[in-house]
Design a protein around this ligand. Sequence first.
Ligand code: 6PG
Length: 472
Amino acid sequence: MTTEKAEIGLIGLGVMGANLALNIAEKGQKIAVFNRTTARTTAFVEQAGDLAGMIVPCETIEALAEAIRPPRPIIVMVQAGSAVDEQIAHLKPVLSANDIIIDAGNANFHDTVRRTKELENTGLTFIGMGVSGGEEGARNGPSIMVGGTEDSYRRVEPTLTAISAKFDGEACSAWLGTDGAGHFVKTIHNGIEYADMQMIAEVYGVLRDGLGMQAKEIGAVFERWNKGRLNSFLIEITAKVLGADDPKTGKPIVDMILDRAGQKGTGKWSAIEAQTLGVPATAIEAAVAARVISSLRDERLAAERAYGPAATGTISRDIIDDLELALFAGKIAAYAQGFAVMSTASREFNWNLPLPTIAKIWRAGCIIRSQFLGTIAEAFGKDAGVANLLMAPAFIEMMKGASPSLRRVVAISAEAGLPMPALGSALAYFDGYRQGRGTSNVIQAQRDFFGAHGFERMDEPGAHHGPWGSGA
Ligand code: 6PG
């Protein structure tokens, strides 16, 4: 090992931290690592093989700080929440002006904004960095969404560029704005991820229950779709999971997995932020709620006994092509919602989020990676000010082509009693968004009737009240 200082440090050798550290070492960037338990640090270096020479194992946080070239960037990869605050408290006394603490976990961006403020008077800088791609991505190339000062980003840019996923040679890593920008964008990524996954599950449900198809047969449909407009990592892995057998029973593994989905919170945060910002993100909200309904398994079983099950095997195979287009239309609506949330947040928090860049760095490395994101990047590249993705010319054409299928699929599924929370709300969002004369005139009248809230008239400016006194 040379005595040359490490380029960067990392605290927390859990699965994500260890893989990120190996990725950094492999890209020729010397990295100093520290873990709360030294045994893990030792084991990590022992298992690093040829990369061990690029890793500086540190037994104390002081040694970690000492090992890095100033200004010292240190990635903190621990569980989101109080553990991050604890690490910051440990780091503060051993760091000095301009050193950079990088939180690479799935933090709530409000915490990132708070931490940035808390460090403001210390001379230290804070970066909130969203990292997507799971274990595999961390090791071989994640998508990296950075928030913090631009100066601090420039210090770590070469490292992040080197370790990130590449799409057509372009690094899927970018500085997106100050303080919480990176973690906010990662949160919305996860919200879209929830919607994407839920819509896929709903279509799987139609194929399984409406058409009575077996897992492998459904897997083949997804495999075919992955060659077309739906081409994406999530469709690819759906085909794979549907094709896999359970070693214990020999049955398709999906048929042995309990229909109860977990969640760690980022999808929910995404829906909460959308609501707080006043941006409709109905497909994302529906996806979060669907996970909650899925968790109520005992209640669902009791309700099925009370109401009877949905009709099964009643839908014709002719619907399969419609299902592909329905999924595509739903996906367009969900991404339109996610990007609309980011666009509003960008104004609200003065981030100036680069929407085309965000779409670009999601093309590879992350969970929602797909070619479709290239089309989104192009649309925002042509017109960054477009109010909603649904109004970008390329998307108007795509939605005109795909929305009739979404309508048919939602209608047929509703008839059969098959739940379509995300696809159904994506359709309602689309129909609501493109309805020139909506129905909220009645809501305004009701509000005025019971609360004298006033309403606007079609033919005259100003606030008005209805003739309720006489008519009531
Ligand atoms: C990613 C993922 C990841 C997330 C998992 C699990 O981008 O790599 O979003 O960050 O933790 O997908 O999330 P849930 O447990 O909430 O489904």
